[in-house]
Design a protein around this ligand. Structure first.
Ligand SMILES: [Zn+2]
Length: 223
């Protein structure tokens, strides 16, 4: 199996903002690794998630080398935003009120993102979007935070779930399945692991259940 990186990490959240939140693996474990560890990683993931094009990545990498402090600040902002989004969606899953400080972080980023939106003429009329931009180092955060705000204010919020794996996965997704009974981030990962564990537990239970029967058989001497 190839190593997981920002360029190939699974996008299973059914929403852009949740895929961004899921760039930390095994969230519930103390040693949870993040796959976005630099500004360059943020660009790599942005291209992987189709938030920005490869041309934009090239432009922004050049821009970042000229403004390393801005790039570092953007990376730090991205991580803070991702964690605030995680805590808000986790609170939703748990049915508790999110922290005001976390909503403040999202609101601040949302304000910056929406200030950049424009009415853009198209062949069919207009769209409300961001014009192509090759200089703004934080531009990949704009669609992420707008998506988070749209999810938070939509009916789909009630369908946000946490992977039920007991291995500390903690990934979040919108359960768009027909019967709304999706339990795992992905069947190949946590779903299969849980199945194997259940199978082992059943076998152990069977062994334990059979144990008392041993009493009815005298041990065979000499073997
Ligand atoms: Zn999982």
């Amino acid at each position: 199996m190839s190593e997981t990186t920002a360029a190939n990490i699974k996008l299973i959240g059914e929403r852009l903002c949740l895929d961004f939140v899921n760039t930390v693996d095994a969230r519930l474990r103390q040693d949870a690794p993040s796959y976005i560890n630099s500004y360059a990683d943020l660009l790599t993931w942005g291209e992987h998630a189709e938030v920005i094009s490869s041309d934009t990545v090239t432009s922004l990498l050049q821009e970042a080398t000229q403004h390393p402090n801005v790039a570092a600040a953007t990376f730090a902002q991205a991580v803070a935003l991702r964690e605030a989004m995680y805590r808000v969606f986790y609170a939703v899953v748990e049915g508790i009120a999110p922290q005001t400080a976390d909503l403040d972080i999202i609101n601040l980023a949302l304000g910056a993102a929406m200030a950049q939106t424009r009415l853009i003429p198209t062949a069919d009329g207009f769209i409300w979007d961001w014009p192509e931009h090759d200089r703004a180092l934080d531009q990949m955060l704009w669609p992420l935070v707008r998506d988070a705000a749209e999810l938070i204010t939509s009916g789909d919020l009630a369908l946000v779930r946490e992977c039920q794996s007991d291995s500390g996965c903690g990934w979040l997704f919108v359960d768009t399945s027909k019967n709304h009974r999706r339990r795992w981030c992905s069947m190949e990962e946590c779903g299969n692991k849980a199945k194997v564990r259940r199978f082992r537990t059943r076998r152990k239970d069977a062994t334990l259940t059979n144990t008392p029967l041993d009493r009815y058989f005298a041990p065979t001497a000499g073997l």
